[in-house]
Design a protein around this ligand. Sequence first.
Ligand SMILES: Nc1ncnc2c1ncn2[C@@H]1O[C@H](COP(=O)(O)OP(=O)(O)OP(=O)(O)O)[C@@H](O)[C@H]1O
Ligand SMILES: [Mg+2]
Length: 159
Amino acid sequence: MSDLAALTGRHELATARDTEAFGRNLGERLSAGDLLVLTGPLGAGKTTLTRGLAAGLGVRGPIQSPTFVIARTHPSLVDGPPLVHVDAYRLGSAAELDDLDLDLPGSVVVVEWGRGMVEAIVDEWWELELIRPVGGAPAPDAELDDDAPRVAELTHHHL
Ligand SMILES: Nc1ncnc2c1ncn2[C@@H]1O[C@H](COP(=O)(O)OP(=O)(O)OP(=O)(O)O)[C@@H](O)[C@H]1O
Ligand SMILES: [Mg+2]
């Protein structure tokens, strides 16, 4: 099990910068063969967190929501493993995730919307759930970009 165990549990992320910094912390601890599922509603901060994670890992950007690309590989700038950033939102089934033939042992893999799917390709993984605290609904005129607190909870799963 990787170095991530130290970060298991809940983390309060008051601003988008905090989410990015937490991602950086995760990225510094991930190694080849690790897979992280990001769970949370639209706009929860999954891609924002992945941006920090990429910086911590030392891979080439930019990190974008892979809207038309299901999996994008970001090569390392520091002689480490690449980051494979997957958006499973549009995948119809776990079998389609398997069909991507990802280099799991040689990469760090982050799967947005991967809950219920990654079981098809790994028997051990990490999951980070991003939650907007109850009662923290934004005002109707609030911009999505406005900083609003999130809670992140990191858990480890194995079959
Ligand atoms: N505490 C916070 N953490 C993360 N993002 C925040 C926070 N507060 C505000 N934001 C804003 O919320 C938005 C999150 O967008 P992001 O693309 O990261 O979400 P996502 O979960 O990847 O969405 P999607 O499901 O569409 O892929 C950004 O505009 C970000 O600036
Ligand atoms: Mg996203």
